[in-house]
Design a protein around this ligand. Structure first.
Ligand code: NAD
Length: 495
């Protein structure tokens, strides 16, 4: 008897600071993905049967494991993305906090609730509850390989779904760590599974009959995901890129705003979906703000050593995009106050601050995803708003202002805005997170994030027979006349 050996194709995960191989993973095929989804389908029935309390207990258990072994997970993140260990720890801590929040709040947000039944249906008891969809496919990016996908994973799990997770091909080891540690907390069934590979594996997940795809990544990939999901009418949540603006008003704390611009723009080497990329500053404080920002940015150095504040550009192809944005900005009259074209190396990009860049240039319009900022002077905050909102993206935003902070925040076309701090909304588990326009749609985090992975189930239970029954062929003309009178009394007033 001969056996045909099935050769498993694999790929390597590399450390972007050194190109050292840190792990080898299978390229999962369409069949592998289908098998994982079938297993997830069985597991989801068991997971749902545990109820909110049973799931919460297990999510708390998992949270404990992640917390106790946080440094180990941070090391995997550090190796696969190159980001400093301390920054990796920060995303682990935030993910733990979100896990704690869903474990505590899922029942309150999704459990059965009484609703008023209204005068016409006063004999009915009305309730709504949010039931799990079944199996959720999560497709993740590499830039925050724990915090970002966990914003979908733990919310989907807490709502009662099983999850099949396809991490980025740059960070499969982080995905494996998360799935393996979950299996320690929940050994009974494969409630949370890993599939690894490139775009084709992700596309197979879109077509595998899951009940929803939660995608985080770039807008162009988001379009492909939607197209693939359309074939099976699979709903999608899209968390895509951004070109976030920071506004500095005349009464702002300029030093704090400069600090926020530098951290918001440069931390994680600028590879943050809600990173600050554009700054609009009131003319009265422009000079002071630019001076403070440049001074603070001088302290930030990209490198592979432990003292470097930022690491490498994780995805080598991004280096060309960053270089193109800076080159184009300078060619069109922009000035680099720090950094510039030479700041873009083979792996690392040093902080770059650009001024006088035309608003229609790529450095202002497209996602740069590097440690760069464009700063523009505006005559007032209305001009700042018009310019900030003139973007096809609309993910996060930041405002530094005393008097008009909340007003400006409301008028910014973005899913989230931080006032007098930066990116703070992402660390508040009760706040929804998601974009507008090319930044995507749907929400992770908070109550909205839990509901995103459920379907609303409405139940009307008759408590007693009503004197007026509308839903019968036995309805009389007298009944219709009574209802007409009643409705006129209720809603027909001229005021
Ligand atoms: P990407 O779009 O290249 O890849 C994201 C994921 O999609 C990866 O797992 C990839 O393998 C998969 N994929 C690629 N082609 C696919 C296809 N045809 N079908 C299915 N899956 C496919 O994004 P990236 O480079 O990993 O991440 C960076 C981008 O993510 C940036 O634009 C950033 O702003 C964005 N991002 C957004 C958020 C948010 O919450 N809105 C958070 C983090 C990152």
């Amino acid at each position: 008897m001969t056996t045909v050996e099935h050769k498993v194709e694999t790929f390597d995960s590399l450390n972007p600071a050194t190109d050292e191989i840190v792990g080898t993973y299978p390229v999962h095929t369409e069949q592998d993905v289908a098998d994982a989804v079938a297993r997830a389908r069985n597991a989801s029935a068991w997971w749902q049967s545990l109820g909110f309390a049973g799931r919460a207990e297990r999510l708390q258990r998992w949270k404990g494991i992640i917390t106790r072994r946080g440094p180990q997970l941070a090391e995997v993140i550090h190796q696969e993305t190159g980001k400093p260990h301390a920054d990796a720890m920060l995303e682990v801590i935030l993910a733990v906090d979100h896990t704690a929040w869903v474990a505590k709040n899922a029942r309150k947000v999704l459990g059965p609730k009484r609703r008023a039944s209204g005068l016409l249906m006063a004999n009915q008891a009305a309730t709504v509850e949010y039931q799990p969809l079944g199996v959720i496919g999560v497709i993740g990016p590499w830039n925050y390989p724990t915090f970002t996908p966990m914003g979908s994973i733990v919310y989907a799990l807490a709502a009662g779904n099983s999850v099949v997770f396809k991490p980025s091909e740059y960070t499969p080891g982080v995905g494996k760590w998360l799935v393996d540690s979950f299996a320690e907390a929940v050994p009974e069934h494969p409630v949370f599974q890993l599939i690894t590979g490139f775009g084709a594996t992700g596309a197979a997940l879109c077509r595998a009959g899951v009940d929803k795809i939660a995608f985080t990544g770039s807008a162009p990939t988001g379009r492909k995901i939607m197209a693939a999901c359309a074939e099976t009418l699979t709903p999608v949540l899209i968390e895509a890129g951004g070109k976030d603006a920071l506004l500095v008003d005349e009464d702002a704390d300029v030093d704090a705003a400069a600090d926020a611009a530098v951290w918001g723009g440069m931390s994680n080497a600028g590879q943050t979906c809600v990173g600050v990329e554009r700054v609009y500053v009131h003319e009265k404080v422009y000079d002071a703000f630019v001076a403070a920002t440049v001074e603070k940015a001088r302290d930030v150095r990209a490198g592979g050593d432990a003292d470097a504040k930022i690491g490498p550009i994780t995805m080598p192809a991004q280096l060309d995009i960053i270089r193109k944005h800076i080159t184009d900005a300078i060619a069109r009259g922009g000035k680099a106050l720090i950094g510039g074209v030479d700041a873009v190396g083979d792996r690392f990009v040093q902080p770059t601050i650009l001024v006088d860049v035309p608003e229609d240039s790529v450095a202002v319009r497209d996602e740069t995803f590097g440690p760069t900022l464009t700063i523009a002077k505006v005559k007032d905050m209305d001009e700042a708003l018009v310019k900030a909102n003139d973007s096809r993206y609309g993910l996060g935003a930041t405002v530094f202002a005393k008097r008009r902070g909340m007003e400006l925040a409301r008028r910014l076309r973005s899913g989230m805005t931080a006032v007098n701090s930066v990116i703070s909304f992402a660390g508040i588990p009760s706040l929804p997170f998601g974009g507008v326009g090319d930044s995507g749609f749907g929400r992770i985090h908070g109550e909205d994030g839990l509901k995103e992975f459920t379907r609303a189930k409405a139940i009307a239970r008759q408590r007693f027979r009503a004197p007026i029954n509308l839903t019968t062929f036995a309805r009389t003309e007298k009944t219709d006349a009574t209802v007409a009178k009643l409705i006129t009394l209720l809603h027909g007033k001229r005021k």
